[in-house]
Design a protein. Sequence first.
Length: 314
Amino acid sequence: MAHELVAEVWRGEFLESVHHGSVIALDAAGREVVSVGRPHDTTYPRSSNKPIQTLAMLRHGLDLDGELLALACASHSGEDFHIEGVHRILERHGLDESALQCTPDLPIGEDALKAHLAAGRPKAPQYMNCSGKHAAMLATCVVNDWSTHDYLDPAHPLQRAVRDTLEELAGERIGAEGVDGCGAPLFGISLTGLARAFGALARASEGPERRIAQAMNRHPEWVGGTNRDVTKLMLAIPGAVAKDGAEGVYAIGLPSGEAVACKIADGSSRARAVVLVAALRRLGVRAPDELATFPVLGHGRAVGAIKPSPALVG
């Protein structure tokens, strides 16, 4: 993939570093408004895939709404309410945390991690940021009388349903297959296909797509967590469906059908919101000023900022 310059790291008046990447912004009709790098090439959406994975589950009988449906789409911070929500999903379907096959991990939220370590708790699957999705996957298996011991097998009916749903919403075939950080099958599509899928979710007026859009936008702290940029985006933009992903991926869909997807080439998370907001502004969307740049620190205070590249600002 031939990425292009998308963000600059300024320490004072000195350009210290740069980030390359690819970005696509689509208007309500699906036309390209911004195209930087190679957004038509296959990439792994990582956790940005979660709302589409959850859509496949709803279509196959998963009965969650509100904050628990948002949690199914989450890369949560591991705050207490997130962990309690995971237990609620499991218990509702006659399961406990021993059924989770996501990777044992620590909370990713800074405050949640401090509290976790202070309490002397170990790594465990329920604290992994993908545990809401895994609990929902298990619940879908129970509803359909599918086996739960092998729910991460790419040949499992659940994962075949996820693959079909992703291809449908993205409007393209899967271009690569792998294993995500949580152990679930990972399907590669283009950033353009990812943006197309998010636009379809956000503009839906009914059905399971609408349920997901409402749950995520009404309960954004369950999708991310306290002070997470993905939470702030959905709080600030009415009806938006946004999801961050590992390795510098980000996607957002709007009720109009407009959408943006981006990937930072070096996998860094620090520039992805900056790039996403710049592309949103090219669409004429008012996005939070606090996410338009990212602070560069010196001795604990901001002495510079990560900014979108001039080419991306337009």
